[in-house]
Design a protein around this ligand. Structure first.
Ligand code: NDP
Length: 342
């Protein structure tokens, strides 16, 4: 059974790839250059490498860019689409973020529809950003919720661009499924994971290539919070371990009842002071790089913060979420390994 996995260099994709290989799949990843493709394949254990290959897809925003992928190999059974820009600074919000997210999503669906008759299920990495909009309010979020961000807000304020890219890409995917003729023979599931932390990819060339969400832990471990203080932009966040996110993708691909569903994939709440506490307790040798102990006391989860309902992911996908401590400790270990500080 063969899977096309887009965005192979990505943090989440690297774990989806491991999980697909663990489940016995053959995987073709997309990468934006030959060099990146070779790096991904080389990062895989030799005993598994014969089940991994890559194709180059330079820019998912380009119309028809996936056509050749499926024309030259129409035997894919599943597609997992993770590729999408994730950061918060854009030169051009439309060209750099909204187009690759939205046109990349509709583009791959069109190509599958036209040239990949064997594909049974497409899983798209959407985001909790498509579900929830700050500011916080005391409400329980689940798969029935949509962020209320607009395209205008996305273009005017870079803080909104990423959130809107995920909302409108996901909505475009669901409407494609409804409106395409003839009716697609594949079904769709989306993973709406929240802020994702976890071990960094083995194929990462260096700390500059670190993905956006793990950067927070990297900054803490490398003394930036000691120098600038604990970031307190919001009192409460949700997180999920990347290995749970990866399993969610693979189960959403394989479980028949997952078709046609969104999955809000959330492991729990955290705050930056709580993140700091885990690192302090688990890595005493890093004490000299951490902010003063008193800063921990600033942790104050408000009483009325919003809630999440992840029960669908537990019932349908059988997820058992890892806790914050395991997730953060394994993330830090992987970063120390990258820095040669094991
Ligand atoms: P990464 O930045 O590590 O991965 C993004 C991937 O998308 C990379 O492989 C990147 O390629 C590729 N990509 C970006 N733009 C383009 C483009 N124009 N053309 C082709 N490929 C492109 O991020 P994550 O692994 O964290 O994110 C993966 C997915 O998960 C995204 O869809 C993101 O929105 C979603 N997500 C992430 C969360 C998180 O907290 N990390 C939370 C919720 C959802 P290259 O490396 O070559 O630039």
């Amino acid at each position: 059974r063969k899977v096309l996995l887009t965005g192979g260099t990505g943090f989440i994709a690297s774990h989806v790839l491991d999980c697909l290989l663990d489940h016995g799949f053959e995987v073709v990843v997309t990468a934006r250059s030959d060099e990146k493709g070779h790096r991904i394949v080389k990062s895989i254990d030799e005993s598994l490498r014969k089940r991994v290959s890559f194709v180059v897809v330079e820019n998912i925003a380009k119309a028809g860019v996936f056509d050749n992928v499926f024309k030259s190999d129409p035997t894919f059974d599943y597609v997992v689409h993770t590729a999408s820009p994730f950061q918060f600074h854009w030169d051009d919000p439309v060209k750099d973020c909204l187009d690759p997210a939205i046109k990349g999503t509709t583009g791959i669906l069109k190509s599958i529809h036209a040239y990949a008759p064997n594909v049974k299920r497409v899983v798209i990495t959407s985001s909790s950003a498509a579900i929830r909009s700050p500011p916080n309010h005391p409400e329980v979020y689940d798969e029935s919720c949509w962020s209320d961000v607009t395209l205008e807000e996305a273009i005017l304020d870079p803080k909104n661009t990423y959130r809107a890219s995920k909302k409108f890409a996901e909505q475009a995917a669901w409407s494609f499924l409804m409106s395409a003729t003839p009716s697609p023979t594949f079904s769709l599931a989306t993973i709406n994971n929240s802020f994702t932390l976890g071990p960094i990819p083995r194929s990462l060339p260096g700390p500059d290539a670190l993905n956006t969400s793990n950067r927070r832990v990297h900054d803490l471990v490398h003394g930036h919070w000691r120098d600038r203080g604990v970031p307190l932009s919001a009192p409460v966040f949700t997180f999920v371990d990347v290995r749970d996110v990866a399993l969610a993708h693979v189960r959403a691909m394989m479980v028949p009842e997952a078709g046609g569903k969104r999955f809000y994939v959330v492991g729990g709440f955290f705050s930056n002071p709580r993140l700091l506490r885990v690192v302090r307790e688990r890595f005493p040798r890093l004490e000299g790089r951490l902010p003063a102990k008193e800063e921990e006391a600033a942790d104050d989860f408000p009483e009325d913060h919003w809630g999440f309902d992840n029960s669908r992911s537990i019932k349908v996908l059988g997820l058992e979420y890892r806790g914050l401590e395991e997730c953060v400790a394994d993330t830090v270990e992987s970063m120390l390994r990258l820095a040669g500080e094991e």
